[in-house]
Write a protein that binds this ligand. Structure first.
Ligand code: ATP
Length: 256
């Protein structure tokens, strides 16, 4: 059984069929790229997997559990993390606080014990800080842990958002255009980080327009066009697929 299985999903928005009978499978431990021209349905699929939207029909399974109708927090507790196309960090909080905010869904303490400031809460906070710093070290941001997130460069803010998703210790992470707006050097570093994250055992599904990045890091690529899955396979196979070439010649952004 696949780690993540998307089965015959249909999603409509006001007469627009954003996804039409899309099935997609992600095996544990791989980096899977999800590409396609603008408006192909990539972000819609991420919204469905993360529980932010519901399909008209079809099913989504994660580790064998039907998550189609689950709430976003339930899906994240099951081990699915995500980042967004538009940055979702808190600029007026410090870098380390942003990471710690990502841990809250998995910290055990409720409001009562936090309010009473019980000894084990203090210990947990200390542990959380240590863990957050480890994540920042892994991402090359430890030197800036006390900075306000708004003081980071755009590229660093995008890495921070990825760190916040990692703080939830996801088993599967959905990255929505992580390279958008990054410089060539930052894209290189991003590629290394994503590969390191996979090495840590996290499965990755990444939406990206930056072809160079996807072709380099992905084990498999799925291609959406007009809400339909038109190709799936290794980067080499997908690159040579005539339907993919045609879809891209019709006006996709190919940034690299
Ligand atoms: P891009 O690469 O430009 O981000 P995408 O592949 O992520 O595109 P989606 O954002 O998933 O594409 O959009 C798929 C289709 O669904 C498009 O036609 C889009 O206009 C439509 N759509 C997406 N969200 C909504 C919405 N909330 N309301 C109405 N239509 C929507």
């Amino acid at each position: 059984m696949s780690f993540l299985s998307v089965e015959e999903i249909i999603k409509n928005y006001d007469g627009v069929r954003a996804l039409n009978q899309v099935s997609l499978h992600v095996r544990k431990g791989i980096i899977k790229g999800l590409i396609g021209p603008n408006g192909a349905g990539k972000t819609t699929l991420f919204h469905l997997i993360s529980g932010m939207e519901r399909p008209a029909s079809g099913k989504i399974y994660f580790k064998g559990t039907d998550i189609t109708s689950m709430e976003p927090y339930e899906i994240s507790l099951l081990g699915v993390g995500r980042t967004f196309q538009t940055l979702q960090i808190w600029g007026n909080m410090t870098v380390v606080e942003n990471i710690m905010a990502g841990m809250h869904t998995r910290l055990k303490e409720g409001f009562l014990s936090c309010g009473l400031w019980l000894p084990w809460v203090k210990r947990t906070e200390k542990e959380a800080l240590k863990e957050a710093k480890e994540i920042l070290e892994f991402l090359g941001l430890l030197g800036r842990w006390k900075w306000l997130a708004s003081q980071l460069s755009f590229g660093q803010q995008k890495i921070l958002e990825m760190g916040r998703a990692l703080a939830m210790k996801p088993e599967l992470i959905l990255l929505d255009e992580p390279a958008a707006g990054l410089t060539a050097t930052e894209v290189r570093r991003l590629a290394e980080r994503i590969c390191q994250i996979r090495k840590e055992g996290v499965t990755i599904l990444v939406v990206e327009h930056h072809m160079g990045l996807v072709m380099e890091i992905a084990d498999e690529i799925a291609v959406l066009n007009n809400g339909e899955l038109i190709a799936e396979g290794t980067p080499d196979v997908v690159r040579r697929n005539p339907q993919v070439i045609e879809a891209y010649l019709k006006g996709a952004r190919v940034d690299a």
